[in-house]
Ligand binder design. Structure first.
Ligand code: TNX
Length: 522
């Protein structure tokens, strides 16, 4: 009988140990539950051992959820100790009944520790169970991409998403600011980019100009940096350049019908000067070491490259063989321009074939149906970020009955995102060090308002955050789905209109303005 009760006790302890990890998104690498709890009250003191730690301490103190129970005087202390042997961005969090100690070797690590503590306090209603956490991310690149060319959402919405990203320990905001319907960033040297290029959106080509001023950009970049998030801008070229070429037709590479002005003119020096000038302003606004230059889907709109005598002569003179060779020439020039400004370029997986040195470029793998492109990128020495359409594109639907959004031999459920990248880890065997991480990407052809934006992003972004942070051995999808309501409640407090996979018919699927869907599966 005695043995039996010890066994029951042990079992209950084991269950409570794993369940009590429930209040953290993403699940930490190591969590150990200890006896007792720390009660946060008005009297709880916070302090830090140096300037940044002190700043984090005071931010925490104003954001903690307090319990209405009493507690003995207790303290929360933040330490930056550069000599600590912790992974970059790693941290430890020790909760005892009378103290909580958070430690990291870097500012990013301490910031993540703080966000963990805020979640523990929020989801525990001011009571934090005693525990020891040793945490560090699986991947250094944990990203979210938002396309604001197809539809524009503005500063306040972006800030709200940055807040949520910070809570989820996501650290890269990839900002797709230029594409066919609109150019969304003020460039002082080329005012027509915003006077003309910013007019219109995906469903209404005459919509009034919407864009970010340089002051707005600085504000967002600073807001993100405060939250340990890097903002990586994308200036898409040589395709998806329609908005630029409408404003400055002298740089247009032609194109036909619907694809008129889709590409840059690939053999005029003026084009490269223009790109370099624009990048000068972009580089001065974004401290990120990376600049995304797109490079995708050129074949949609380069019809004139095949017929224009100037372009055909250029191909012959430069011995580029054909239009593909010309595309690769363009990409090499773009890579050199970016490198000349001290930055590393990122490009979609088309760039692998352009002969750019892997020291100069990082590849975003997006064509899930072309796994060989991923393998080739790795074999050729490129660093890679994983954002394959399946399961990482949030413009795909997430539930069988949903009608608005993309599908391609299925759709992207929250579980699909959570379980990534395990289904393809065999492709990356031996090249793990070149895999920087992954991101969920939201294209907004069919997303025109906040309601639908929220619905497509959440809660899949929470699953992405855990997939990118938590080591494989600590990932468990069923447990994640059980814990999910805690975070959904937090999203409620921010008025986020999320899809609830635990009760899929609870809310209506928001629609999008009608327009013939011209997306191709290129
Ligand atoms: C492909 S992903 C694109 C985008 C579209 C998206 C829609 C990529 C590099 N190009 O221009 O918005 O599909 O899913």
């Amino acid at each position: 009988m005695k043995h039996y009760s010890i066994l029951v006790h042990l079992l209950l302890w084991a269950v409570s140990t794993s369940l009590s990890a429930q209040n953290l998104f993403p699940t930490p690498a190591n969590y150990q539950r200890n006896k007792g709890e720390f009660i946060i009250t008005k009297a709880t003191k916070t302090y830090g051992n140096q300037t940044y730690a002190d700043k984090i301490a005071s931010q925490t103190s104003s954001n903690l959820t307090q319990s209405n129970e009493n507690a003995v005087a207790n303290v929360i202390a933040f330490f930056i100790e550069p000599q600590l042997k912790l992974a970059e961005e790693g941290y430890t969090l020790q909760v005892k009944t009378d103290s909580i100690i958070l430690k990291a070797a870097t500012e990013a690590g301490l910031f993540h520790a703080k966000e963990s503590l805020l979640q523990l306090s929020r989801f525990g209603n001011g009571k934090v169970k005693c525990c020891t956490i040793n945490d560090a991310p699986r991947y250094q690149w944990r990203g979210f991409m938002l396309d604001e060319s197809r539809h524009f959402f503005g500063k306040e919405k972006v800030k709200q998403y940055l807040d949520i990203m910070a809570s989820l320990r996501l650290n890269v905001f990839h900002w797709h600011l230029t594409d066919e319907p609109g150019w969304r960033i003020e460039i002082k040297k080329y005012p027509k980019l915003t006077q003309i290029g910013a007019v219109g959106n995906y469903h209404d080509p005459k919509a009034p100009a919407t864009f970010y001023t340089q002051e707005d950009i600085k504000e967002i970049v600073a807001y993100a940096a405060e939250r340990q998030i890097m903002v990586v801008p994308e200036f898409d070229m040589p395709g998806h350049a329609t908005a630029v070429c409408r404003a400055y037709p002298e740089y247009s590479g032609g194109g036909e019908g619907r694809w008129q002005h889709f590409t840059f003119h690939p053999c005029r020096e003026g084009t490269y000067r223009f790109i370099s000038d624009v990048l000068d302003e972009i580089v001065s606004l974004f401290p990120s070491p990376y600049i995304h230059i797109g490079g995708d889907e050129v074949h949609y709109g380069n019809q004139s490259w095949f017929t224009d005598p100037e372009i055909q002569n250029f191909i012959k003179e430069k011995k580029l063989v054909d239009e593909k060779g010309l595309e690769h020439y363009f990409l090499r020039r773009a890579a050199d321009i970016v490198a000349s400004k001290g930055k590393t370029m990122i490009g979609w997986d088309e760039i692998i074939d352009a002969g750019i040195s892997p020291r100069k470029a990082v590849v975003m793998w997006w064509r899930h149906d072309r796994q060989h492109q991923l393998v080739k990128a790795l074999e050729n020495g490129y660093r890679v970020i994983l954002t394959p359409r399946r399961p990482m594109y949030a413009d795909f639907t997430q539930f069988g009955a949903h009608k608005v959004g993309r599908q391609w031999a299925g759709y992207n459920t929250i579980e699909n995102l959570y379980n990534f990248p395990e289904p393809i880890s065999h492709l990356m065997k031996g090249y793990e060090n070149q895999v920087m991480g992954m991101q969920m990407s939201l294209w907004t052809e069919r997303v025109a308002d906040f309601k639908r934006l929220d619905f497509m992003v959440f809660p899949r972004l929470i699953a992405l955050a855990e997939a990118a942070w938590t080591p494989e051995k600590a990932k468990e999808c069923s447990m994640f789905m059980q814990r999910l309501p805690y975070f959904l409640k937090y999203l409620d407090s921010m008025d986020i209109y999320y899809f609830n996979p635990l009760n899929p018919t609870e809310r209506e699927e928001p629609g999008a303005p009608e327009k013939e869907d011209v997306l191709q599966n290129g």
